[in-house]
Each structure stands twice: as C-alpha cells, then as structure tokens.
Design a protein around this ligand. Structure first.
Ligand code: C2O
Ligand code: CU
Length: 435
C-alpha cells in the first residue's frame, strides 16, 4: 500500500501548503481554508485553519518566555484555543465554560502565559473539538531549550487522518454515534505533514518532532532511514534516551527523536496497518554530509519536575466504562468515568496544592483510550512499580489497568478526558480542582 491509497477503501495524495505565518506577539486567526490534502491534481478540501493554513503556523518560544497570542475567531462557531501539554496558568488553558468564556465569531481573546517546559507541544480548538480539530484547527507549539541540542535539522511531523470522498470533500458525520461508541471517527486517508522543502543528507543529525493530531486514531509507526534515539515523550525529556523500533502514538501524544540519516532513499514514515505498511510520507535525502556528528546522542536537559511523594500519595480509581458492547452505556451516556457520563458538577477530586495522587486507571471497555490531564504531567507507573515515562496523555488498552502518579501543583480547575475526541464528546470527561 502506498500514499496514493485510501485506508480501507481505494484512491489517493501529496502536499499540504504551509503558508501560515505568525510573528510574536502572535495573531492566530481561525478561518475557513482550502487544503491540498489529496495529491496535487486531485481535489482540494474545505477545512478550517489558522492564518490561511491547516495545520496552523508553528509557534515557537523559548523556555521561560511569556507567550502572547491573540486569538481571532473567523469561523461561524464559538471556539477557543487549548495549549496542549503546557503547564500554564489555569485562566489561559482555553477550555470554554471552565477557564474562559467561549470566543464568539468575530471576536478575540488574548492569551498570555509563561512556558515553563521546553519541548514539543501543540495547540488546538477546545470547543466542539471532535468537529473543529477534525476540520483542521490545530498547529504545533515548540518551546526551545535554552541550549538546543546540536542537530542539522529540526523537523516537526504532524500525523493526521481525514475522512474524504474520492474528490477530496470532508465526509462530515462528526457526531456519528456509531463512531463515538466504537473506536472514534477514523479517517480513510492518512499522512504526515512536514516542511516538504527540506532535503536531508546522509549523515545529517535530525530532530524529528512527531505529533499525533488525529481525533481518534492510534498510529503504530515505523520510521526508517535513520538511526537514533527517542529523547522526549509528550514534550518531556527522557532521562536516558531510548531505542525505537515500532512507535505507537495515541491521539495528542508526541515523541522527539534525535537520529542520524542513514538511507539515500529518504526518511520514511510508515503507518503499520493490518494490511501492511501505509506510506505516510518521505523526507527527501540527497548527497552526503561530509562531516557527520560522531558524539553519542545525549539526553536533553531536564525540565523542572517535582518528584511524587509516593509514601503519602492519595489513592484514587478512575474506571473507564461504556461504549459498544457494554451493558452500562445508553444513547445519552455512551462513555463514563466511575459511572458518570459528561461533566459532573463537582470535581472528581479536590487536591491540596502539591499533593501527590496515585490514580489507578481501569479500562473496563472494549476500546483503547488516551487519557489526558490538563495543566500537569504525570508518571506512568510500570508493572514492577517503578516510575515510567512522564507524560500528559497515557494510552490504556482494553482490560488494561495502569497507575499514574501525579503531583497536583498547578492551582485551578483542570479537565481530565479521553483524547479520542468523540469519546470525550460522548461523556468520557471529568475535572479536578487544585487549591
Ligand atoms: Cu488536547 Cu483537553 O485537550
Ligand atoms: Cu476514549
């Protein structure tokens, strides 16, 4: 299978224009855009985007900076922008009805917040996100280290899928209950979006920032043509860089790789489907770097992390329930957390500032869920009890149980929800309060 094939059904694709432009202080204007998602020459797609393109422009700031973004809503629905993975001031979190009023059509909202952590993040609409993100309202947010690692190229790779007709129209059906009660609304066409003007040389050292921006699809991915290490997950540096074979990225998850280019025929991103590898995109390679780097790939400088107080952690449970083939799901309450579907009036839990919690996540459903906590990162606890990766979104397979340890040190009201956005829409969400 190659990039000219739809998933499941049959036909086509090529180049998304990256025409977006933003200068600090940034202006991000949500508006209708046209995108060449299918290959050049095939139909174009009516999407939503920021500053003329989807994905929106890559916003960059330096760790510790105050990022200022004026959001202007040029679409015909309310909207708001969430800065996914940033441990920011609660009032700037972009959740309408919770941290701010919805931004109505033809109005603006000014965001300004400090960015404490370096790494790979993203921004996306948080109003009717199951529809607005599917229609293109997202973009990368890169926070640079004070001393960035020594690489020849720093490339953001956003992976998405779309549900398109043969001629490139979006098929709609954003609120299809069959999709919502199963794995979510999957696209039939997938690709990696990156700056196609870049050509690498063999021997070049590259930083690849992978972001899964799909609303529901978990991507198992193989990256070929490079040799290197995973250096960060969900923005946060790994203490020890790790080897990668097949990569799994749940919706909203990110992975930074630093690697040396080895293949003359390109750096390839293959989506490993049951029918075989599906070509998501190839970064071109030509010529050789005459002076390749020889230093080992080093860990990135750590972000400031408060260690969990494991001894005194409050123990909580979060049970995912519902969905197709479940006896508790109803049409009105498809997905539930601890028996509750949709936003409860009272928080799931109120934490003292700085309190550590051990939350046992139980997936009592037939589907995978990517659980995201706003305003914080948390440690995944490994089966042997040791601290695993430090993330903002954790993927839980059907029947899986996993503990996470989180230091709730960011005051405010924060959402916790499944990032399969149809699951969130159909009830899998709650909120916590930090005093
Ligand atoms: Cu990226 Cu509440 O989500
Ligand atoms: Cu889910």
């Amino acid at each position: 299978m190659n990039r000219r094939h739809f998933l499941m059904t049959g036909s086509a694709l090529a180049v998304l224009p990256r025409t977006g432009f933003a200068a600090p202080p940034f202006l991000l204007r949500a508006e209708p855009v046209t995108a060449q998602i299918l290959p050049e020459g095939d139909g174009v797609t009516d999407m939503l985007g920021f500053n003329g393109s989807t994905p929106g422009p890559e916003l960059r700031a330096r760790q510790g900076d105050t990022l200022r973004v004026t959001f202007e809503n040029g679409i015909d629905q309310d909207s708001a922008v969430h800065w996914h993975g940033i441990r920011l001031n609660n009032a700037m979190d972009g959740v309408p009805g919770m941290t701010q009023p919805p931004v109505q059509p033809d109005t603006r909202f000014d965001y300004a917040f400090e960015v404490p952590d370096a790494g790979t993040y993203w921004y996306h609409s948080h109003n009717r996100s199951w529809e607005q993100v599917a229609r293109g309202l997202y973009g990368p947010l890169i926070i640079e280290e004070e001393t960035p690692p020594d690489v020849d190229h720093d490339i953001t790779v956003m992976i998405d899928d779309w549900r398109l007709t043969e001629t490139g129209e979006q098929m709609g059906g954003y609120e299809n209950l069959h999709d919502w009660s199963h794995a979510g609304r999957m696209g039939n066409f997938a690709r990696a979006v990156f700056d196609e003007a870049v050509t690498l040389r063999t021997g070049d050292r590259v930083r690849l920032r992978l972001i899964n921006v799909a609303t529901a699809r978990v991507f198992p991915i193989e990256v070929t043509g490079v040799e290197g290490k995973i250096v960060a997950l969900d923005g946060m540096p790994l203490t020890e860089p790790e080897d990668f074979g097949q990569i799994t990225l749940a919706p909203a998850q990110r992975m930074d790789i630093i690697a040396d280019v080895t293949a003359q025929d390109g750096v390839r991103f293959n989506f490993m489907t049951r029918q075989g590898p599906y070509d998501l995109g190839i970064i071109a390679v030509a010529e050789n770097n005459p002076a390749p780097r020889t230093a080992a790939i080093a860990p990135l400088a750590p972000n400031r992390i408060v260690s969990p107080d494991i001894e005194n952690a409050v123990a909580l449970d979060l049970r995912m329930e519902g969905g197709a083939m479940s006896s508790v799901a109803t049409r009105e309450a498809i997905w539930l957390f601890n028996g509750q579907s949709g936003m409860p009036d009272d928080p799931y839990y109120t934490f003292e500032r700085g309190q550590t919690a051990r939350i046992t996540l139980h997936n009592d459903t037939r589907f995978a869920h990517g659980i995201h906590l706003h305003g914080h990162h948390f440690h995944e606890v490994q089966t042997d009890g040791s601290l695993g990766h430090y993330r903002d979104t954790t993927l839980i397979a059907p029947d899986e149980t996993r503990d996470i340890l989180c230091v709730f040190d960011n005051p405010g009201k924060w959402l916790m929800h499944c990032h399969m956005l149809g699951h969130q829409a159909a009830g899998m969400k709650t909120w916590i309060k930090v005093l």
